[in-house]
Design a protein around this ligand. Sequence first.
Ligand code: G1P
Length: 291
Amino acid sequence: MKLEVTKAVVPVAGLGTRFLPATKVIPKEMLTVVDRPTIQYIVEEVVASGIKEIVLVTASGKSAIEDHFDYSFELETFLAQKGKLDLLREVRHISRLIDVVSVRQKEPLGLGHAVKVTEPVVGDQPFVVVLGDDLVESEVPCVYQMLQVFGRFEESVVAVQRVPAEETHRYGIVEGEEVAEGVFKVTRLIEKPAPGTTDSNLAIIGRYVLHPHIYSCLSRTLPGVGGEIQLTDALEIMRRERGLYAYVFQGNRYDAGDKFGYLQATVNFALDHPELGARFREYLKELLNDG
Ligand code: G1P
């Protein structure tokens, strides 16, 4: 097996019910944070980490995502004719970012199932999984940080962050022993633990570097929390059979699939925006002083 990681799986088949009514027609991945859809931040992070191909796991009603990363002959011709060259460059940049392949998840059977359906496309090589709800702002792209850890320990890696004890039931939680700064050898994983069932507050956020053995683990994973095939449960098998590491990444993570997290992402990305940031900061100051 080569250790080079060239593919990123991005599951986008979810219905986005946490964001209704906004997501009735528009895929949640196409909701805009400042000036680009959330899925574009994900793709840019993956590209900046050296990944060459995206495997989207889609469902019906999600074709806007594929279109966003495809050529638009009509739009490009229109912009060229009108001499709007900056916009043309921007539109071309998106469609030339990376090769995109789509796989359908025909039934909503869970995150583990969404990863399982990519096996014919990914094959026998390690790959990255990135969840579109989790936006990470960091100096070094989060996926790149994780690939360094994977290169060093040569087993699968999940990204984690510490969360308050009262929030652990919303995440996959890992227990482990610290083996290097910010790197834990995982000793147990629990998806959405009931209060009091773990002392750990290391929560999995949506970034994984996975050994292809995960496909075998997934084929032996029974439905778990919510009756769904959980990736965390397959990772527990992986941990036993090969080993698994958790990495406390450097950066800020926002849950853009949640209304409050989406607002936090919007404000923080706006404050850091090269053209809008300074003006927006002034505006917020005025607003807060008036209040
Ligand atoms: C999924 C995973 C969970 C992880 C979370 C991160 O849960 O199952 O282990 O902690 O993503 O965002 P979901 O948010 O889809 O319920």
